[in-house]
Design a protein around this ligand. Structure first.
Ligand SMILES: Cc1cccc(C2=C(c3ccc4ncccc4n3)CNN2)n1
Length: 306
């Protein structure tokens, strides 16, 4: 397959390797080129996509194929997926303000993808429950200006039938420190309890919801911010994050004009969802299905109000 893919340009770099725009049978595809030392992430991501036929959901990045070719001495590890011209949610938020309608649609699409990931179903399309472990705006892609999909499953853990946890061989890698839940930062969470991982995903998702909320055009705020931008240095250490999130129990500031906005009750409800998803106590947080349902309700009430 690699022979038939023409790489056009590099569109992203991460710890894992690079993401390229490619052409495969005249259609644009995304190619993630793994470094040979990251074979574990490569295998894990394939495992997650194939094992639980993850492909069937509109809010999960669509997988096309994997390709391993031996190039002189080293093996080339490629994963090929759909290509999304608008890039990541992080890129999009950096350059756009959002109407309330688009904001609710974007939030709901991510909540739908996360609910699908977290939920096991025994129906025809068997699927094990999956926790992502690296939810952040850079791992979410824009399919359209109002619909997103979740990417990057190299760190995911699954809940096996036995209820036991399958972390793959990739346990040494951890999520992105900036988005790490308090219980992960102070290492107080039950590593063998699958539910603990989904609750940590919800904390990370609450930070993404906060990033999206801040880009409301009601009115446009000056700059895009990453969570804890002014509390920790770029590329923060474990300890930087632990001091802020666990010791100080700090959370990103929600602009008061959004929270106290009487004309926009939906914005107030979104603020409530965010606050109930970054609670210190993991089991007090909302789950993905609850967030999805609440956002869907807001979309419908918003429609009727206007
Ligand atoms: C498994 C896989 C293959 C290719 C890309 C990706 C991936 C990303 C991706 C996917 C599609 C893209 N389309 C356009 C621009 C960037 C993209 N990034 C972002 N994080 N992982 N994952």
């Amino acid at each position: 397959v690699a022979k038939q893919i023409t790489l056009i340009q590099c569109v992203g770099k991460g710890r894992y390797g690079e993401v390229w725009k490619g052409l495969f049978h005249y259609e644009a595809v995304a190619v993630k080129k793994f470094l040979s030392r990251d074979e574990a992430s490569f295998n894990r991501e394939i495992e997650i996509y194939t094992l639980s036929n993850l492909n069937k959901h509109e809010n999960i990045l669509a997988f096309i194929c994997a390709d391993v070719t031996s190039e002189n001495s080293c093996t080339r590890l490629w994963l090929v997926t759909a290509y999304h011209e608008l890039g990541s949610l992080f890129d999009f938020l950096s350059q756009n303000f959002l109407t309330l309608t688009d904001m609710l649609s974007i939030m709901t699409s991510i909540a739908s993808g996360l609910t699908y990931l977290h939920t096991e179903n025994f129906g025809t399309q068997k699927k094990v429950a999956i926790a992502h472990r690296d939810i952040k705006s850079k791992n979410i892609l824009m399919k359209t200006r109002s619909v997103c999909c979740i990417a990057d499953f190299g760190l995911a853990v699954t809940k096996q039938k036995t209820g036991l946890l399958d972390v793959g061989r990739n346990n040494y890698r951890v999520g992105t420190k900036r988005y790490m839940a308090p219980e992960v930062l102070d290492d107080s969470f039950g590593k063998d309890d699958f539910a603990a991982y989904t609750r940590a995903d919800i904390y990370s998702f609450s930070l993404v919801l906060w990033e999206i909320l801040r880009r409301s055009d009601q009115p446009p705020l000056s700059n895009y911010e990453v969570p804890y931008q002014y509390q920790v240095p770029s590329d923060p250490s474990f300890d930087d994050m632990r001091k802020i999130v666990c010791v100080e129990q700090f959370r990103p500031e929600i602009p008061s004009h959004l929270e106290m906005n009487a004309e926009m009750p939906s914005l107030q409800s979104i603020c409530k969802i965010i606050r109930e998803s970054w609670l210190k106590n993991p089991s007090s947080r909302l789950n993905a299905l609850r967030i999805k349902k609440s956002l869907i309700n807001l979309m419908s009430t918003k429609m009727t109000n206007n």
